[in-house]
Design a binder for this molecule. Structure first.
Ligand SMILES: [Zn+2]
Length: 500
């Protein structure tokens, strides 16, 4: 697309969306006040995401009866403690993982071999058990996409414990039913593998990895080894998401079976927070009767989950969890089958499914999104040349083209808004001029695919880095060299406007 065509599209998109205006407001008898405001093209919570009928078919196929059957079998292994028996075929974590593997293989056969099922394990010394080594074995089912370098990961932990009892964390023999924690999440992930294989036997744009993790209760060990393994193998993890405790609806005198929580880590413009906004928006598109409550923090206070190792490696991570917890049934023999609500769990699995399908169907989020203040001599989107003045009002937004994207959308929100407030289509451009005082706002960009599937947004600019003034280098470590400065150069011509 040439610049002229782009400008026409941008101008069309601009209509009504808001140059800066000055509005006179009369408030009672007080003298006239001047208010400085933007005429925002506000969007609703769907953020312009579109309904895809194939996803609605997937949601309709998720079965509470299947979830019930799976969880019932998991509980029947007696204990799934990571230190429990691995040789028996009826009791312990070994029997549990062989059964999970077998079920996933059956689902793979039903879709013509579309799922690749495997174990991934490492022998890990467990700090919480005095360094005792244990074979941590995850069960994986891959649904390869057209682009096998990018992967959407969703998992639940199949291990259980009675860690709330002294010494129970490493008790290898006592019953630890773990029906909700996390038989519920494991059942949901296995149901997702079945319905995705059935409805998308040829896969989507990106690969999907369904995981049953071990050793979550020993300190997130199963997810830690897998996240590192995926990174070492060169995969780009689009999202590392965990289903953990998804089937309890009553506790502390409260009952809630109509809403759930998602936990999205700081900072406010992190990939995890973008993933949280994306899920919140998708819920309004696909399942508005089942409310998703976003919680803008890593996890519940002083608790953790299998999304964390991905976040630690820089990926977007998210925890899906029930709205009301029952602390009298956590990590105890009372976490039993009778107290899991499978109709509720099916709705949580539907929120999982809309998220996984939308992420995997869309082009990947544009890489290297940057916002650079215009008018700073030498400062461009791609150089860190020494600036010679403080610059102007406008910003150059730029990003890398996303394979398969037919267009891009710029998003804008105030720094205090929980989600995006404005969407600006910019056609096929990979840079544009944003005529706003971005110091007061965040901008983002997302890729739009051929069928309207949209990626998560990449937020920009990067947060202000912490200023380490006069901080001495760590003892024994050499001081980090200063990044090289490129020579001063004249500012290049700004790109066309983004629209607002
Ligand atoms: Zn758990």
């Amino acid at each position: 697309m040439n610049n002229k065509t782009f400008l026409i599209i941008a101008a069309a998109a601009l209509a009504g969306c808001g140059a800066r205006t000055t509005t006179a407001v009369r408030a009672g008898p007080a003298p006239q006040t001047e208010t400085y405001t933007y005429a925002l093209e506000a969007v609703d919570r769907t953020l312009g995401l579109r309904r895809d009928t194939s996803v609605t078919h997937v949601l309709a196929d998720i079965s509470a009866a299947n979830l019930r059957r799976t969880d019932s079998t998991l509980v029947a292994f007696g204990t799934r403690n990571t230190f429990s028996d691995t040789l028996s075929n009826t009791r312990g974590i070994g029997a549990a993982r062989r059964w999970i593997h077998g079920q996933l293989e059956q689902d793979g056969k039903a879709c013509g071999g579309c799922l690749e099922v495997e174990y991934y394990g490492e022998v890990v010394p467990v700090q919480r058990a005095g360094g005792r080594a244990v074979n941590v074995v995850d069960v994986l089912a891959w649904l390869p996409g057209r682009d096998t370098t990018h992967v959407v990961v969703i998992g639940g932990h199949y291990d259980s414990c009675i860690c709330s009892i002294r010494g129970g964390g490493n008790d290898s023999t006592a019953d630890a039913p773990g029906a909700n924690d996390d038989g519920s999440g494991t059942s949901a992930v296995m149901e997702l593998a079945r319905v995705f294989g059935k409805h998308y036997p040829k896969g989507l744009n990106s690969s999907i990895l369904f995981v049953a993790y071990a050793a979550e209760e020993q300190g997130l060990l199963g997810s830690e080894i897998l996240a590192k393994h995926l990174h070492d193998a060169g995969y780009h993890v689009i999202a590392g998401m965990a289903d953990d405790m998804d089937g309890n609806v009553s506790g502390g005198g409260r009952t809630d079976s109509t809403s759930m929580r998602i936990f999205a880590a700081d900072p406010d413009n992190s990939p995890s927070r973008e993933l949280g906004r994306y899920v919140w928006a998708l819920d309004a598109v696909y399942l508005p009767s089942f409310e998703v409550l976003p919680v803008w923090r890593l996890d519940r206070i002083q608790r953790g989950g299998d999304h964390e190792p991905y976040i630690n490696l820089g990926d977007a991570g998210l925890r899906f969890s029930e709205r009301v917890e029952n602390y009298n049934r956590q990590h105890l023999p009372t976490d039993d089958f009778a107290h899991v609500n499978f109709g509720y769990l099916a709705n949580v699995a539907r929120v999982n499914a809309m998220t996984v399908a939308s992420l995997a169907a869309a082009p990947v989020t544009p890489a290297n999104a940057r916002a650079t203040r215009q008018g700073r001599a030498g400062a461009t989107a791609t150089s860190n040349a020494e600036p010679t003045n403080s610059g102007g009002q406008d910003w150059t937004l730029s990003w890398e083209a996303s394979p398969g994207a037919t267009s891009y959308e710029v998003l804008v929100r105030s720094t205090t808004s929980p989600t995006w407030e404005q969407v600006i289509p910019v056609g096929g451009a990979t840079s544009c001029t944003l005529e706003r005082q971005l110091d007061d706002e965040w901008a983002g960009v997302r890729a739009v695919g051929a069928h309207g599937a949209r990626s998560m947004a990449a937020s920009m600019p990067a947060p202000n880095p912490p200023r380490l003034i006069n901080r001495p280098p760590a003892t024994g470590a050499p001081a980090a060299p200063a990044p090289p400065r490129t020579p001063r150069s004249a500012p290049s011509a700004p790109p066309p406007t983004c629209g607002a």
